[in-house]
Design a protein around this ligand. Structure first.
Ligand code: RB5
Length: 150
């Protein structure tokens, strides 16, 4: 898959580890920053990744901030985005099986690195179940049309 990834100043260290795993697994990685410890605003980086997935420029995205909360709020403003803040193996699995998550959000200050990388693994390798869950996602898409078109 082609996967875009972004973080704020709370995330570069985890982002580098995530990118190394993605490359190891043969995924194409699009790094949209930030790369250093200097303070930045998470909405800018959340927007970059969510917009690339929303437009179909990348297949999926990964966002990291301190808690994962800010990035989740930003990413879910974009059409076709199902950004899921996952904090354990169960939420990672369910986010794919039932929600067809297309952006994984991680909290670098709330989730220990080893667990975050296990969450990544599950999220990458779990398929959407479809069926009744697709019907529910269709309802969300319908809502998006109304909201985005007034
Ligand atoms: C930055 O200090 C912090 O607010 C941010 O990383 C994130 O946790 C916001 O939700």
């Amino acid at each position: 898959m082609k996967i875009s990834i972004g973080c704020d100043h709370a995330g570069p260290e985890l982002k580098n580890k995530v990118m190394a795993i993605l490359k190891e697994r043969g995924h194409e990685c699009v790094d949209l920053g930030t790369s250093g410890p200097g303070s930045v605003d998470y909405p800018d980086f959340g927007k970059a990744v969510a917009s690339s997935v929303s437009k179909g420029e990348t297949d999926r995205g990964i966002l990291i901030c301190g808690t994962g909360i800010g990035m989740s709020i930003v990413a879910n403003k974009f059409q076709n985005i199902r950004a899921t803040l996952c904090y354990d193996i169960f939420t990672a699995r369910m986010s794919r099986l039932h929600n067809d998550s297309n952006i994984l959000v991680l909290g670098s200050r709330t989730t220990e690195t080893g667990l975050a990388l296990s969450i990544l693994d599950i999220w990458l390798n779990t398929d959407f179940e479809g069926g009744r869950h697709q019907d529910r996602l269709n309802k969300i898409s319908e809502m998006e049309k109304v909201i985005c078109n007034g």
